[in-house]
Ligand binder design. Sequence first.
Ligand SMILES: [Mg+2]
Length: 259
Amino acid sequence: MRGVLLDLDGVVYVGDQPVPGAPETIHWLAREGIPHAFLTNTTSRPRQAVIAKLAGLGVAAGAEQILTPAVSAVAWMRRHSITGPAVFVPEATAEEFAELAPLAGDAERGAGAVVIGDLGDGWTFATLNRALRLLMSDPAIPLVALGMTRYWRAEDGLRLDAGAFVRALEYAASRAAVVVGKPDPTFYGAAVDALDLRADQVVMIGDDIHTDIEGAQRAGLAGVLVRTGKFSPSDIGCGVVPDAVLDSLADLPRRWTDL
Ligand SMILES: [Mg+2]
């Protein structure tokens, strides 16, 4: 293996706490000159906030190393000449969509696309229902999913992620979403390109057996599962077989030559 893609939530940190030894492993990657980037489905915060959070853990990362679905979604909509998307993400993340002039306020029609991210506590019945009404107002409006992660582990326990809400809307509106985050193979392909390597030279390290491990393997990468974050013993034997399992990211330097 030549390069590394790292999931963030549950791998590098859980809530505001670093996973013990994870920052040291990232320092090791930098020292060894191993190309690496962070591949996250996080849409609860913009890239600049992710960079600031990593800096707070003593990890220096440039914007080009933080690969998020919001950035991919903007690129996808630009390619399809879509403007005025209705964006269901927290206010801070909505800034990432500014160049597409997002639909303002509570409009229930006229969106160029309906974009679903991790709105977290911002979800209410009315909010989710507005997404449905926008979709039903015009069968041509694409439903864009910022990743299909089912849930993640916050400091207080598991929390529903964007994928669960996307599935609800797909069912209600009888429409399949365009997925622009993990586990979409295009997202993995763009990440591999960003490292300037081939897929079979890159290992994805994550705590989600589906979006991280299965998604990476389907895109031709190796998938390494960590026993931190949302990891559950039932992930082993669920039908997806990781290329390796590490107790945590702290073990990577010791196991690197085996990968
Ligand atoms: Mg994770």
